[in-house]
Write a protein that binds this ligand. Structure first.
Ligand code: M6R
Length: 607
């Protein structure tokens, strides 16, 4: 998730921009840059790596000018590099743009601009914006930005400056945050409040498609058509630490709440206007349809995404799937077929065991699709095809939004592969895509009810053990939910396929046991109900996760949490959310910091 800052006022812009960018470092980034307008015209400096590298770059010069924009980039289109860093400029170098978000129609726009003789310098989607602003610029930056908004699709927060209008910043947002800071003889813009707090506590939050035009003495607001708006400032009374978490108490809770937006970002750029999955961006073509088997390897939460993927690929694309923990896979003697498709899943793209499994697969001649969140990670660089989850940086050790966006990628690949293999009728594919498009809103509806989970956690957090059980897709989510609970609340928790209950686990059930029964597979409700009765008879407290309006388990369960209805194969994206929240609130009840669980690291780069 990139960070945007902008400054216009009496001070030198450069130190203000660098200082403000530092306050946005928590968002994660891989490069940084600034553009300042001064007596020398527009000066752009940018560098791959930490902000320190940008500071070293500009340490030996004086960049004069009191109006500028800055950016920390979290790569999406194009690897982290100096040239792909923001700001991006038009051909003449008089217009500079910083951007947060994804321009979905950038390929079309790029082709159109190239057809008009524009030579691109970077691989980014953002560069099209700089050239488009130039194309529409007729002496009024606001009008040019309004025209560009009519041409770009996707999510964006933008700040734009132009040498011909020094002392002015035009900023706009759609689906990506942007806040205006109102100062005395200075005004600022930033992706998030922490970057502003050293200069002002009076802020205006931009809503979608609202534009702010900042000069030293005033800020004017406009709607997407360029009509003037009046906006009321708010006073910020949070401290900086709270502000970095967007008002949430912990990064984990913030990231849980970011899931609707992250799911939308993952989905939207891969589905055409006619509702068809289009994975041309990652290169998944007919040649991949000849595979006889899919093999999935990963670790931890990413492996749980692989377990969901096994069920999803077999059901949707009718192709056999093996799923394996990467650390097991690399030391057993796996059998390879050159036609195998390997799917390697990793949030960080740097997990040692996962990379080793990927390298084994490649050296056997198999082709590898990586699903990862980190652009330019080792996994992304070494795999044959890469599908980015575009969840934005995940800071909490416990993986949440990375998991649900991994699942979104899995479903999109499964539907596309099914189409290539002739395994799914067009109408069924369209129905599934329609259902996927509804999941972000359904996730939002679950989050709106988090108080119910919080209440249940306050009543049950001190249980000495917790079992999660389910069947099919609900079994996969039981695995993930048990991991979430154990890693941040240190509750002894296990997951099992509900059909296994009688084969051993029931021996452990007593009145100190919490059982969370995930029940979203309608055809197996009666089996789950029997399992619930069996654990209830041994004294367990039972929480059921099932659908809105469903009363099947009301008589047996102690508590029921409901999620919006979805087809059985797609429910994992929804049913995991109450379990993430449950783990979070149990950790809080136990007085633990969920962002920093003991003995765990965010990225496991050693064996
Ligand atoms: O970066 P990766 O997805 O490869 O990481 C894999 C696991 O280390 C990770 O999912 C871990 O299990 C998380 N802490 C789970 O919340």
């Amino acid at each position: 998730m990139c960070g945007i800052v902008g400054y216009v006022g009496d001070r030198d812009a450069t130190p203000v921009l660098v200082n403000a960018l530092r306050k946005l470092e928590y968002r994660g980034y891989d490069s940084a840059g600034i553009a300042v307008i001064g007596p020398e015209g527009l000066v752009v400096r940018k560098a791959k790596g930490a902000l320190r590298r940008l500071e070293e770059l500009i340490a030996t010069e004086t960049i004069r000018g009191s109006c500028g924009i800055g950016h920390t980039r979290w790569a999406t289109h194009g690897e982290p590099s100096d040239v792909n860093s923001h700001p991006h400029t038009d051909v003449s170098g008089r217009i500079a743009v910083v951007h947060n978000g994804i321009i979905e129609n950038h390929a079309k726009l790029r082709a159109w601009l190239e057809g008009r003789g524009v030579a691109f310098r970077s691989q980014t989607d953002t560069e099209v914006i700089a050239h488009l602003v130039d194309h529409h610029y007729e002496g009024d930056l606001l009008k040019a930005v309004v025209a560009v908004m009519g041409r770009i699709e996707g999510s964006y927060a933008l700040a734009v400056v132009c040498e011909d209008e020094p002392g002015k910043i035009v900023a706009v947002r759609k689906d990506s945050p942007l806040v205006v800071g109102l100062g005395k003889a200075e005004n600022l813009i930033a992706s998030d409040v922490p970057a502003l707090l050293e200069y002002t506590r009076e802020v205006v939050y931009l809503e979608d498609k609202e534009i702010a035009v900042l000069t030293r003495d005033r800020v004017d607001f406009f709607d997407g058509a360029g009509e003037r708006l009046s906006k009321k400032p708010s006073h910020v009374d949070w401290d900086v630490a709270a502000a970095e978490k967007g008002g949430f108490e912990h990064f984990m809770l913030k990231e849980i709440h970011e899931q609707p937006k992250a799911l939308t970002d993952t989905f939207r750029a891969r589905v055409d206007g006619d509702g068809k999955v289009n994975l041309s961006e990652i290169g998944l073509d007919e040649s991949w349809a000849r595979a006889r088997r899919v093999v999935i390897t990963a670790c931890g939460t990413a492996w749980h995404a692989g377990v969901v993927a096994k069920y999803a690929f077999e059901r949707i694309a009718r192709i056999p799937v093996d799923v394996d923990i990467a650390s097991e896979f690399r030391y057993r003697s796996p059998l390879f077929d050159p036609s195998d498709i390997f799917i390697i899943i990793s949030q960080s793209g740097e997990t040692a065991d996962t990379l080793a499994a990927m390298r084994m697969a490649r050296s056997s001649g198999a082709r590898v699709i990586a699903i990862t969140n980190v652009v330019g990670s080792t996994l992304a660089r070494e795999a044959d095809l890469v599908m980015y989850t575009w969840a934005g940086p995940e800071i909490a050790v416990a993986s949440t939004k990375a998991f649900t966006t991994q699942l979104m990628c899995v479903y999109l690949i499964a539907i596309r592969l099914a189409a290539l293999r002739g395994a799914l009728a067009d109408a069924d594919a369209a129905r599934l895509v329609g259902e996927l498009s509804r999941l972000p809103d359904s996730a939002r509806a679950i989050l709106d009810r988090q108080a119910e989970i919080q209440r249940f956690a306050s009543q049950s957090f001190n249980k000495s053990k917790a079992f999660f059980m389910g069947r099919l897709f609900d079994y996969a989510i039981s695995l993930e939910s048990a991991l979430k609970l154990k890693e941040i609340s240190y509750t002894h928790s296990e997951a099992f396929a509900a059909g296994e209950l009688k084969h051993g686990p029931i021996a452990l059930v007593d009145d100190s046991t919490l059982v969370v029964a995930i029940c979203t597979q309608r055809e197996l409700f009666d089996k789950m109900d029997s399992n619930i009765k069996e654990v209830k008879a041994r004294g367990a407290t039972v929480l059921v996760v099932t659908f809105d309006g469903e009363s099947y388990f009301d008589a047996t369960a102690d508590a029921v949490f409901r999620v919006p209805e979805a087809p059985g194969e797609l429910t994992p994206i929804l049913s995991v959310i109450p379990c993430q929240l449950y783990a979070y609130y149990c950790a809080i009840q136990r007085g633990l910091d969920p962002d920093k669980p003991r003995n765990l690291a965010k990225s496991v780069t050693v064996e």
